[in-house]
Design a protein around this ligand. Structure first.
Ligand code: CP
Length: 307
């Protein structure tokens, strides 16, 4: 049974296929409105979410299917000590596909090992978030028309930011990509990603603490929130939380076709004054996420022989 735990579980060809299906859904939504009729998606969210859970649910409804949901750990038997393995064995009896978010790294892998239906990782701790990457890739594709030869800046919490880890892993497979990693010392990209993804593939990257000095060279600027929930002490969070605040002044040196991205939610790292800038793409990412999740649900249910 095929599950999607990491973005590397999808080949470059499959990413392009999903983008093609998402674009067809955007152009011809009526073609897909009964594609998952009488099928069910379970959204198991043991950690807070607005976009990921709701876009998965909207995706399944727009495919003609239904949704059952656990929206918090406190409202499920996880609160009584039930394991992830037992939870997904149970949920496999009721539904056709699972999207799961969990605060522990590796939880989605455990779920996939124990479920008898496809499992989609909707974020596992500070590890990865492959379906956010699908949203990000469709956004880049629609804004830039390519994945090759782009200079991509990642700014903020690169240590705990799972969306950063997944998007770097995805973009590492294209040619001519240059990564600019902008963070405080304490929030640098984990060394396992530098070693296993960047160095192993011979990719160009620079690390800096100074956003403004690199701004003119960026094609994409991917801002991130400092992930308060993953800090061990509040003092460190308070010291680092305002490290980068993007505002119209800082964008004066940026390219006219810069693509400003953020997985959201934001706290204060992008000033609301930037929202009216035509280069702001973060609410486009939100909508693109629904279409890519529709395409992924379709693909996994077809491969499982469910539809
Ligand atoms: N981007 C993202 O994962 O947002 P939510 O936490 O609201 O799902």
């Amino acid at each position: 049974m095929r599950s999607i735990i990491d973005i590397s579980d999808l080949s470059v060809e499959e990413l392009q296929e999903l983008i093609g299906v998402a674009e067809d859904i955007i152009a011809n939504p009526e073609k897909y409105q009964d594609a998952c009729k009488r099928k069910k998606l379970a959204t198991l969210f043991f950690e807070p979410s607005t976009r990921t859970r709701m876009s998965f649910e909207a995706a399944m409804y727009e495919l003609g299917g239904n949704v059952i949901s656990v929206s918090s750990a406190a409202s499920s038997s996880a609160a009584k000590g039930e394991s992830v393995a037992d939870t997904v064995k149970t949920v496999s009896c009721y539904t056709d596909i699972i999207a799961m978010r969990h605060p522990k790294e590796g939880a989605a892998y455990v779920a996939a090992q124990n479920a008898s239906i496809p499992v989609i990782n909707a974020g596992d701790g500070g590890h990865c978030h492959p379906t956010q990457t699908l949203a990000d890739l469709l956004t880049i594709w629609r804004e830039k028309g390519r994945f090759d030869n782009l200079t991509v800046g990642f700014c903020g919490d690169l240590k705990f930011g799972r969306t950063v880890h997944s998007l770097i892993t995805a973009l590492a497979r294209y040619t001519g990509i240059k990564f600019v990693l902008i963070s405080p010392q304490e929030l640098k990209l984990p060394s396992y990603i530098k070693k296993d993804v960047l160095k192993r593939n011979g990719l160009q990257y620079v690390q800096t603490m100074d956003l403004e000095s690199v701004m003119p060279e960026l094609d994409i600027l991917y801002m991130t929130r400092v992930q308060k929930e993953r800090f061990f002490n509040e003092e460190d969070y308070l010291r680092l939380k305002d490290s980068y605040i993007l505002n119209p002044e800082k964008l004066k040196k940026a390219k006219p076709d810069l693509c400003i991205m953020h997985p959201l939610p934001r706290v204060n790292e992008i000033s609301v004054a930037v929202d009216d800038d035509p280069r702001a793409c973060y609410f486009k990412q939100v909508l693109n996420g629904k279409y890519m999740r529709m395409a992924l649900i379709l693909k996994l249910l077809k491969e499982a022989g469910t539809i």
